[in-house]
Design a protein around this ligand. Sequence first.
Ligand code: BG6
Length: 483
Amino acid sequence: MAEHSPHSPPAHSDALVIFGISGDLAFKKIFPALYAMVKNGALSVPVIGVAASDWTREQLHQQARKSLQEETGMDDPAVCERLLALLFYVHGDYRAAETFSAIKAALKNAQRPAYYLAIPPSLFTVVIQGLQSAGLTEQARIIVEKPFGRDLASAQELSRIAQSAFAENAIFRIDHYLGKEALMNLLYFRFANSFFEPLWNRDNIASVEITLAESFGIEERGAFYETAGCLRDVVENHMLQIVALLAMEPPAFQGFKAVQQAKANVFYAMRALVPGDLVRGQYIGYRNEPHVASDSDVETFCALRLWIDSWRWHGVPWFLRSGKKLANTAAEVRVHLKPPPQRLFDDADAHRTQANYVRFRLSPDPAIALATRVKCAGESFVGQQRELYLSEISLGHDLPYERLLGDAMEGDATLFSNQEAVEAAWAVVNPVLTDHAPALPYPPGSWGPPEADALIAACGGWHNPEAPAPAPAPAPPPPRATP
Ligand code: BG6
């Protein structure tokens, strides 16, 4: 869907500078993405990692190797060596001019670097200004991690600062969910199939439910999490992006501009949240995590009800839920259809509680299922609800950062948010960022505080996504042939 003028393809970035290379995000997602890019021939320019840690280049390489072994099982040591040959290190304080002089020296002859800010949002402005003061922004691109700002006002201010240093088409607001195959498939599946569209509206849909659950806690990210919480960390961005893909009107024409506009229109039509729409929770033990305040009220769980006041969605509640240390790790959407209007069969009551639904399993093991009722054998007209798998999707390897970093370095903004959409999404959550009830405790391994159930009770309660199927046991070795 990308739109580039055939006459002036954007120039490829000739270096990648990653701020925050010693952090958790780099370890878990970025090194594996760089490895995959080298493997696929998408990365052959120098990569300069920047962080405050007083490491040598060799120590950075050790960190990269460790990440690749733990996160990817690194299957090709030669690719790893090719990546390490590209990987350089600059350490220093992001507030010090010398750090940027050292980056300039490390960039050597690069003319069009891409800077990726994999750092806490509180440092975005400092780094952008440091780059600007060092004269490093001309012809460069900047890739900014989510959350873009802390609220609507700071997102606008950050945008102003970024735009003072970079052209708007050189600013890439990254949300790695937009690079996930399962999310791209929401867009594709909705608009590549004609049977869906006539059903996809308030006449047929009773409610929509989205769960993004994680069984792990905040791990080493206490300092970041204390400044963010679940609302800023995943709801304002990842979850609202999922809502936008499900709720948007068909793009008016082929091209990412039309998709961006259709998604922004969903955010414009959303009612701003009020405190009664939101239940915040905090897992028991969170306050004992490193770098977390002993009286912290930061939420590690959110359940909320959204309304989209558009012609298509008027009156349909959207329920969103996400949390850390929940019962399992899975992301799933359920679109509940209305039951048939007539009571024709003996089991008509069950049609109300077990109406048709469409289930999009986003991760792990993406799938799309349609729950239907089918008659059971016998004299009476009684049936059961069975899922019809419309698709069991094999998405192969899915490394969103590989796709997104590669796209940004090529100047392709298709899978990035624009400022309009970012601001419209902040406007939805802005009122409840500060005006909310205290976070309620919940035990690790549960589905959050019981108060979250009341939000959705009238629509049949939450449907907890099943845990991923256990990995198949390794096949026994073949019997040895006896000579
Ligand atoms: C990140 C959040 O953006 O997304 C994390 O900061 C969260 O808190 C992660 O765990 C989830 O991403 P994924 O791709 O593992 O579902």
